[in-house]
Design a protein around this ligand. Structure first.
Ligand SMILES: [Zn+2]
Length: 208
C-alpha cells in the first residue's frame, strides 16, 4: 500500500508538471520532459511489486476456491507492514473458514512464486510453499483439526500444484518426497496419515 501511495504521488507530480507547462509560455520543454520521465520511472518502479502481488493474490484466490470445492477464498500476502498488525505472526500462514481469508506471512508468497516459476529448481523449503497453500485451503474447505488438515493437504497437493500450473507428476513427486522425508518431523504429523489408516481419504488419484 505504501508503495502504491508513493507511485500515486509521483503520478500527481507528473500531472502537476503537465498542468504547469500548459500555463507557461515556454511550454513543455526538455527539462519538463526529463522531470516527467524520471517521475514516471519512479512511479512504475514503486507500483511494479504491489501490482504483481495483487495479481498473484487474485490468481491464488481463484485457484483456492476451486480446490476448496467452490467456497470463496481470498488469499493475502503479508508485507512487513501487514505483519506488524497480524496477531498470528508465529505461524507461516493461517486461514479463517468463516471469512475465506488465507494469509501467507512475509516471504511465503515469494517462495510460492519461485516454486511455480521453476518447480524443479528449488529447495525443499521453497517447495513447502505449495503445501502451505494446500493446507490453508483445506481449512477453508472446512477442516479445523491441524493434523487432519495437513494430511488432507498431502493427499491433494498434486491437484493444487496442477491448478497453479505445476505438472501433476512433478507436484506428486515433491509431495511424496515431503511425505517420506519431512512430514515425520512436522508438528502436525500423525501416524493416522498413511495408506489404509484413519486419515486416508481413499482418493481415486491418491499419492500413495
Ligand atoms: Zn493449519
Amino acid at each position: 500500500m505504501l508503495l502504491l501511495l508513493i507511485a500515486a504521488f509521483f503520478i500527481f507530480l507528473i500531472l502537476r508538471e503537465i498542468n504547469n507547462t500548459q500555463k507557461s509560455i515556454d511550454g513543455f520543454d526538455f527539462s519538463s520532459k526529463t522531470y516527467c520521465a524520471i517521475c514516471l520511472l519512479i512511479a512504475v518502479a514503486a507500483a511494479w511489486s504491489p501490482i504483481k502481488t495483487l495479481r498473484f493474490e487474485s490468481f491464488l484466490s481463484s485457484r483456492a476456491s476451486l480446490l476448496a470445492e467452490g467456497k470463496a477464498a481470498n488469499v493475502h500476502c503479508n508485507t512487513a507492514f501487514d505483519a506488524m498488525f497480524d496477531n498470528r505472526i508465529n505461524v507461516i500462514g493461517h486461514a479463517n473458514p468463516e471469512t475465506g481469508d488465507i494469509v501467507f506471512q512475509i516471504s511465503w508468497c515469494e517462495r510460492l512464486m519461485e516454486y511455480l516459476d521453476q518447480p524443479t529448481q528449488v529447495d525443499s523449503r521453497t517447495r513447502y510453499s505449495l503445501m502451505l497453500f494446500t493446507h490453508e485451503v483445506m481449512h477453508i474447505r472446512g477442516e479445523l483439526n491441524e493434523q487432519r488438515t495437513e494430511c488432507q493437504a498431502i493427499q491433494r497437493n498434486h491437484f493444487a500444484g496442477e491448478l497453479l500450473g505445476v505438472p501433476r507428476s512433478v507436484a506428486r513427486k515433491h509431495t511424496l518426497e515431503y511425505f517420506h522425508n519431512e512430514y515425520p518431523n512436522h508438528p502436525y504429523f500423525s501416524v493416522d496419515c498413511a495408506p489404509q489408516k484413519a486419515y486416508d481419504e481413499m482418493l481415486s488419484d491418491s499419492i500413495w
